[in-house]
Design a protein around this ligand. Structure first.
Ligand code: DX5
Ligand code: ZN
Length: 229
């Protein structure tokens, strides 16, 4: 799998989510939906009934990012609702291996997210249980924040773990990903890029998706971790 772009509708018009999805279809690979519970993060967005409707109206697969407490209890419902990928935060899960297996059993891809200060090394042996690792490049909770460069070395280390173990794991970055930061993410080792304000803040969302894809593909071509085979 090459570069994938997953626009976040957090920065779209919440009274017209169907229109927000149409604006990036078919150019994007996923639609990224940010679920926040006002406990795990200090913000409240949308929950299961809205995600169910987005799954129904979207021609793109739904990439659900759950910024919620007690992920073990609530995350499986998003897989049952038809989200093709469900990402929970490891900081909010008591049993991440069990949860990842449950998500896969329900037919979804299993993603696990790490906040900027959460190290990846303790989870090295757990990566084989996952389809995607999300490395947050801002503190989760809000769109439009500045990209945290301090996460770049962690992206490199995660990519090294993936290479060393020959895993089929996708590495997603989320937060402050835009024209001026996406190349650094791709160069470090990311291959799935979430962008909210960079897509929905642009005059032409579809053109922004295409421009981000081209930048990421260019950077990936010459990245240390990339092999053309
Ligand atoms: C933040 C969310 C992100 C957010 C990114 O907690 O997880 O998905 O929408 O927005 P930008 O791209 O504007 O940083
Ligand atoms: Zn997100």
């Amino acid at each position: 799998m090459g570069v994938q772009i997953s626009p976040s509708i957090l920065s779209a018009d919440f009274t017209d989510l169907a229109g927000a999805v149409r604006a990036i279809t078919p150019g994007a690979d996923w639609v990224h939906v940010d679920v926040m519970d006002n406990h795990f993060v200090p913000n409240l967005t949308l929950g299961l009934p809205v995600v169910e409707r987005i799954v129904e109206v979207s021609a793109l697969p739904v990439d659900a990012h759950l910024m919620i407490e007690d992920a073990d209890r609530w995350a499986p419902g998003y897989a049952e609702a038809g989200a093709a990928s469900v990402t929970f935060h490891v900081e909010a899960s008591a049993a991440p291996v069990r949860l990842a297996r449950e998500l896969r059993r329900l037919g979804s891809r299993a993603g696990m997210a790490l906040k900027p200060a959460t190290p990846v090394e303790p989870y090295a042996e757990l990566l084989a249980e996952l389809d995607m690792l999300l490395l947050m490049t801002v503190e989760p909770g809000f769109g439009g924040q500045a990209f945290l460069d301090v996460v770049l070395p962690k992206i490199r280390r995660a990519r090294e773990l993936v290479k060393d173990r020959d895993l089929r794991l996708w590495l997603q970055v989320d937060g402050g990903v835009a024209a001026d930061t996406i190349e650094r993410c791709a160069d470090a080792g990311a291959d799935v890029f979430v962008a909210g304000s960079a897509v929905y803040g642009a005059d032409d969302a579809a053109a922004a998706v295409q421009a981000l894809r081209e930048s990421a593909e260019r950077a990936t071509e010459s990245a240390w971790w990339h092999s053309s085979s």
